[in-house]
Design a protein around this ligand. Structure first.
Ligand SMILES: Cc1cc2nc3c(=O)[nH]c(=O)nc-3n(C[C@H](O)[C@H](O)[C@H](O)COP(=O)(O)O)c2cc1C
Length: 332
């Protein structure tokens, strides 16, 4: 049997399949059953900077109002109200997950400005997060902020979080950079432990009935996997960063492809959501069977076997492939 143990962000995982950031970790019992079914780690949904800032502003307004109306009111204020608002419920859930499972629990922060909210990263570390995944999801909408400025701002956020905590930081990226490899190389300089490729852009659609914007969240399909495979293959063993895939893994063979291209861990969300434990059991079984059949003794043997540096024709991962694909197309 192939030994599935792997190291991700310096954490020892018993297997590469990781429950990606999603509501699945809102239920500690479900998380425990997912670990029994083969999850090597659990990533919590993101704590959103804008949500934290909005809640803190509301709390301040409430306190300020109370203080104004009664001079003695300040003495009635609780020392902190963090337990009920802001990151409080999230930290409580992190504690429940730590008690429920014996695998790494990764907290996730979504931040786009390097602000005081990075103290929440410290709270996550203090509450026992094994690592923090920094979700850089944002959609550029400003006409006057250049791509270089967006990247510089995001790198500042990464640096602030890396500097604030001692546990490993993983950076979850969108695929939309002019040069993903160069951006990831600059992430490596911040001291982050790894990258997760990629988040999905939730494209709003137009509803022709209501002439409104339709924000339905559509789950992924395996068609989204090749974008991840390409990025993994290009970056494998080039920057000393842990690599995780996120997006489009629905079968054990999809996970095998991600590992062959260089993934240390393979995150799953859409494939699991409809029936989490049964789906993970199936996918873990398929992956194990495939690796066994190929005769791999451990994941290290398989990891990166089809990466840029290891294939006979690395140019196939590069632009050369583009012209060949276009020119080689024939009607079926
Ligand atoms: C319902 C739902 C909630 C999600 N919540 C988060 C989140 O809070 N933070 C985050 O970084 N990604 C979140 N994601 C994105 C997933 O973690 C993952 O990156 C994406 O769905 C692609 O992986 P998949 O193809 O396995 O679904 C969410 C996805 C779904 C479907």
């Amino acid at each position: 049997m192939t030994d599935l143990s792997t190291s991700w962000l310096g954490l020892d995982l018993r297997g590469p399949l990781v429950v990606g950031a999603s509501p699945m970790a809102d239920d500690a019992d479900l998380a425990r059953r997912l670990v029994d079914a083969g999850a090597g780690a659990i990533v919590m949904r993101s704590l959103f900077e804008e949500q934290l800032v909005a809640e803190e502003l509301a709390l301040h307004r409430y306190f300020d109002h109370s203080v104004d109306t009664n001079a003695e009111a300040r003495s009635f204020l609780p020392a902190t109200d963090a337990a009920a608002s802001g990151s409080g419920p999230y930290l409580a859930q992190l504690g429940r997950l730590r008690d429920a499972v014996d695998v790494p629990v990764v907290a996730s922060l979504n931040g786009t400005t390097a602000g005081g909210w990075t103290r929440h990263a410290i709270e996550l570390e203090d509450a026992g997060a094994s690592a923090v995944e920094l979700n850089l999801y944002e959609v550029a909408t400003q006409l006057d902020e250049t791509g270089a400025e967006v990247e510089a701002r995001q790198l500042e956020v990464v640096q602030a979080v890396v500097d604030a905590i001692d546990v490993p930081v993983a950076v979850k990226l969108s695929p939309f950079y002019a040069s993903v490899p160069s951006f990831v190389a600059r992430i490596a300089i911040t001291g982050a432990a790894g990258v997760v490729m990629f988040n999905r852009f939730y494209q709003p659609d137009v509803d022709l009935e209501t002439l409104d914007v339709d924000r339905t969240l559509v789950l992924s399909t395996p068609a989204e996997l090749p974008l991840r495979l390409h990025a993994l293959a290009l970056l494998h063993s080039r920057l000393g960063l842990s690599l995780a895939s996120s997006g489009g893994v629905h079968h054990g063979t999809d996970a095998a492809k991600a590992i062959l291209c260089g993934a240390d861990a393979v995150q799953l969300v859409s494939a699991l959501l409809p029936d989490p434990v049964n789906r993970l059991t199936r996918i873990a079984g398929e992956l194990h069977t495939w690796l066994d059949e190929q005769g791999y003794r451990d994941l290290g043997e398989a990891r990166g076997a089809t990466s840029f540096g290891n294939v006979a024709d690395p140019a196939a991962w590069e632009r050369l492939n583009y012209s060949r694909i276009l020119q080689g197309w024939r009607p079926r």
